[in-house]
Write a protein that binds this ligand. Sequence first.
Ligand SMILES: Cc1cc2nc3c(=O)[nH]c(=O)nc-3n(C[C@H](O)[C@H](O)[C@H](O)COP(=O)(O)OP(=O)(O)OC[C@H]3O[C@@H](n4cnc5c(N)ncnc54)[C@H](O)[C@@H]3O)c2cc1C
Length: 469
Amino acid sequence: MAQHVHNSYHPVDAAVLKRLREIFPKDRISNEPVDLMTYSYDATRKEYAPQVVIWPETAQEISDLMKVACNYRLPVYPRGGGTGLTGGALAVEGGIVLSLERMVKIGEIDEQNRLVTAQCGIPLAELKTAVQKKNLFYPPDPSSAKSATLGGTLAECAGGLNCVKYGTTKDWVMSAVAVMPTGEIIHVGSKARKSVVGYNLLQLLIGSEGTLAILTDATLRLIPYPKFRKSFYALYDSVMASAIAVQAMLQSGVTPSALEFIDRISLEAANNYVKDKQIPVAEALLLVETDGYDEQSMNEDLQILLELCKEKSASAIREAQTEEERASLWFIRKSLSPAMYAMAAFKANEDICVPISEFPAMLEEAYAISKRHNVITLCFGHAGDGNLHVNFMSNQEHDDDVEAAVNDLFRATVAHGGSISGEHGIGITKAPYLSYEMGERELRLLVQIKELFDPVGILNPSKIVMKKE
Ligand SMILES: Cc1cc2nc3c(=O)[nH]c(=O)nc-3n(C[C@H](O)[C@H](O)[C@H](O)COP(=O)(O)OP(=O)(O)OC[C@H]3O[C@@H](n4cnc5c(N)ncnc54)[C@H](O)[C@@H]3O)c2cc1C
C-alpha cells in the first residue's frame, strides 16, 4: 500500500495517536490496515494511504482535531463519499483522513421558507428523497448522488443532469457552518433570500475542494417539486447534426430540464457493458427532458423540442410514454460511467466547459485531438451547459499519448473561451494545468487566500494550489 509522509509534516506517531484518542472514542479512530486501504482511493483509482482515519460526529470534535493537527503540523483530508474524479480526497502527503460519513442528520425541513438544514456527510440522494416527501425539490443532481455527500457536492460545486435549467450547487446553498484549519468554527452566508454583507465567504468555500475549511452543516434553498416530467431521445447520423439541434433547442425559448449528448463509441461501450438491455447505437444521441408544475405547458414545451429535433434531421426519435420508459431512457446515460470503468483500466476523465456557441467547434477539436494522439476517446456530457466529458482511455496509469491529448484539449478549451473544469474540480489531476486558464496574479491570489485560511498548510495539502513548505 503506497503510504507517503512528506518530510515537512509530522507523522501520526504514538504521541499523536494518544492525543487523538483523547478526542475520539475507539470506534471512531482507526489505523487498522483494512481501514487505511479502504480510505486510500477515490473514483480516480489513484491510491494514497493515510496513517489514520477518523469519523467525527460534530463540528466541535473537528475543531478539537484541527487544533491538534495545527500544533503538530499533521495533514488532514476531508472526505465525503470518495466519488471525486480529480483526487481531492486522497491523502497525498499521508496523515489523517477525516470521513464525514457519520454526520448524516437532517435538521429542520422549513416548508414556510423552503429551506433544509443538514449535516454535510449525508448522501445527497437521501437528502433529496427526504425533501421530496414534503413535495420539495433540491435540484443539484450529480449522477453519483447515491454515494456523493452533501459536503462533497458543496466542496466541488457539483453539477449534473439538470444544470441547464436549475444551475449548479452554488445556486442552492444559503449558509454553512465550517471548521477552519486553525480549529475556529465559522458561520457563513444567511438564511435570508438576499444578503450582501461583506465579502461572499460562503461562495468562497463552495468549490474550494476542502482546501480552505471543513463544511459540517449547510442550509439549502428548495423549490416545489415539479410534478410532471417527460423525456425523449433523438438519434443523429453525425455529431455535427446533433450539435446543431442542441443550438436550435437552446435558442427556442424553451428551457429543457436536461439536454445530454452521447456519442457513438460511448453508446457502444454502454451496450457492451449492459448486454441484456438494448441501447440504441447512432453517431450521436441527444437525451432531452422537460419538467414543470403544469402538465399542459410542459407538454407544449416538449412538442417544441421534439419538432426542432425532427427539423434538424434526427434519424429516429423515441418518446417515453410511461415513468418506466422514462427510467429506461435515463438508464442509457447512467450506464456510461460503469461502462467506461469496465472498458479500460485507466481514463483521463476531463469535464471541459465552453460557451454554448462554441460547443460544435469544441466537439470537432476533441475528436481531432483524439485522432492526432491515437487515443480511444468517449465523448458525452451536459450539452445544454456546453459541458463536455472527454474521456481518454488507456490501460496504463502513465500514458504519454493521453497526457499529450489532455494538454491539447485544455489549450483548445481555453482558446474557445472555456474552462478546464465545469464540475469535477481541480484536485491533483488538473493542478498542473491551472495556469492555462488563470494568470500569474490570479494564481498568486489563490495562494494568498489559501495561506490566509490555512497558515500552517495542513488542510488538504497539495490540492488545487501547491503545498506550502
Ligand atoms: C459515476 C460518477 C458520476 C459522477 N457524476 C457527476 C456529475 O454528474 N456531476 C458532478 O458534478 N460530479 C459528478 N461526479 C463526481 C463526484 O461525484 C462529485 O465531485 C461529488 O461532488 C463528490 O462528492 P463526495 O462526497 O464523493 O466527495 P469526495 O470524493 O469524498 O471529496 C471530493 C472533494 O470534496 C472535499 N470534501 C468532501 N467533503 C467535504 C466537507 N464536508 N467539507 C469540505 N470538503 C469536503 C474533499 O476533500 C475533496 O477535495 C461523478 C462521479 C462518479 C464516480
